[in-house]
Write a protein that binds this ligand. Structure first.
Ligand SMILES: [Zn+2]
Length: 152
């Protein structure tokens, strides 16, 4: 089976988030057969929910669809390095592979900061692939925050 990246779907969700005035981060969950199970963008402002990150919303939707609290064999694509909360959620969901785009020196919890998957208390460690379409994700984030500074 040839590798097919679903980062384009995640980037579409990130752009939609930006259009809603949310930090442009998008995520998509794909099952072992290569079918999209859930996709989401940040909705923290809209839902008044600090946990409504793209990854958490995608995990909730995928688990509801699958009818399980575990997403064994599923992959998650996200445009930005997950924060510590999302990394912990990914581990709890037993996500098989994590593909992410831009690294996040401010809030990232995978390759820096909390490095959640490196904890001995982390009971499931997904395979991690970083830098997938990172430039496109970075460009979106930069444009969003530049626009915010001008607007406010
Ligand atoms: Zn997060």
């Amino acid at each position: 089976m040839t590798f097919r990246s679903f980062m384009d779907v995640a980037l579409t969700e990130a752009r939609a988030a930006a259009a809603r005035g949310e930090v442009p981060v998008g995520a998509v969950i794909v099952d072992a057969a290569g079918q999209v199970v859930a996709q989401a963008g940040n909705r923290t402002r809209e839902l008044h929910d600090p946990t409504a990150h793209a990854e958490v919303l995608a995990i909730r939707a995928a688990c509801a669809k699958v009818g399980s609290e575990r997403l064994v064999g599923h992959d998650l694509y996200v445009t930005l390095e997950p924060c510590a909360m999302c990394a912990a959620a990914l581990a709890s969901a037993r996500i098989a592979r994590l593909y992410y785009g831009a690294s996040d020196p401010k809030s990232g919890g995978v390759a820096q900061g909390a490095r959640v998957f490196a904890h001995p208390q982390c009971h499931h460690v997904p395979q991690v692939y970083d830098g997938i379409d990172a430039t496109a994700a970075e460009r979106l984030l930069k444009a969003f925050f530049a626009g915010k500074r001008e607007g406010n």
